[in-house]
Design a protein around this ligand. Structure first.
Ligand SMILES: Nc1ncnc2c1ncn2[C@@H]1O[C@H](COP(=O)(O)OP(=O)(O)OP(=O)(O)O)[C@@H](O)[C@H]1O
Ligand SMILES: [Mg+2]
Length: 259
């Protein structure tokens, strides 16, 4: 039995094929871009190509992410919170708190041993302290997004960024550069600010419950992961491809629906 999950996020779209008894057959990660409907179709074609399958081979497709309604080929749309919980439970059974930082949302989800959502907290609809915020900061500092985490680990000084509003923080960062502050120290301040904001969401859920995992693209940023681990005093588990957790959860829900 073959099923598919598709996660149409504000920045990236992931598609994933899952076969009962075999597990993940293929997956892809693409930039969502302006035409998310088209991106969703291309992502699905990509995951079908390598295992030489066709749309007719798929029994059920679940779409998730903020653009889930754009996947016109999907049989069902499920919220990202539910899918992330399902996906994490499949890869890390003992996890009870999931932190997902994507392009525009930060979500903290408390889950049970079956991967069901107990409760969750989310940031308001604003890019402050999310992946998009990190992209704007990386651009302002002229560093690639996949390098900022490692660089921040080399900091020697603790600089604090007073605002995590993308607009204010960008000008704050630019003035720090002109004041002669080191790049590594500024990046540390940016990552620490994101960690503090995420801890605020965790506290609204009554604190951390172990084990803890991170999903979403920002889990690939070691600077944010380390800052969170240091602030929370726990080790954070990260799947080898944290960006596909939502699509994986969607595929698992598809499988449950048809099994
Ligand atoms: N290789 C990488 N290194 C560091 N950070 C990365 C890397 N790849 C992606 N990111 C970060 O992940 C963010 C995108 O995350 P993700 O793909 O989970 O977003 P999304 O699902 O589209 O957004 P949302 O769920 O909020 O709608 C980027 O803005 C960037 O900050
Ligand atoms: Mg997402």
């Amino acid at each position: 039995m073959l099923v598919a999950g598709i996660d149409i996020g504000s920045i990236t779209t992931e598609a994933l094929l899952f076969e009962k008894d075999k597990g993940i057959l293929s997956y892809t990660i693409m930039q969502t871009g302006a035409d998310s409907r088209r991106t969703a179709r291309i992502a699905l074609e990509k995951v079908l190509a390598y295992p030489k399958k066709t749309l007719n081979d798929i029994s059920f497709i679940v779409a998730t992410g903020c653009g889930r309604k754009r996947a016109d080929f999907a049989h069902q749309a499920v919220t990202e919170i539910t899918c992330i919980a399902k996906g994490i439970n499949y890869v890390f059974e003992d996890v009870r708190t999931v932190i997902d930082i994507g392009g525009q949302d930060t979500k903290v989800i408390r889950i049970d041993e079956k991967g069901r959502v107990i409760e969750f907290e989310m940031n308001d609809k604003c890019a402050a302290g999310t992946g998009r915020f990190l992209e704007v900061m990386a651009h302002a500092l002229n560093v690639d997004i996949d390098k900022i985490g490692d660089l921040s680990l080399k900091h020697k000084k603790e600089i604090s960024i007073s605002s995590i509003c993308t607009v204010f923080a960008e000008s704050e960062v630019i003035s720090l550069v002109s004041e002669g502050e080191e790049l590594e120290d500024i990046l540390y301040g940016i990552h620490k600010a994101i960690a503090d904001r995420t801890v605020g969401l965790i506290n609204r859920l009554g604190g951390i419950q172990r084990e803890v995992a991170m999903a979403g693209g920002v889990a690939k940023n070691i600077g944010v992961v380390k800052a969170l681990e240091d602030t929370l005093g726990v080790e954070i588990k990260i799947y080898m491809e944290p960006q596909i957790i939502g699509a994986l959860g969607a595929a698992l829900i598809a499988l449950e629906t048809v099994s």
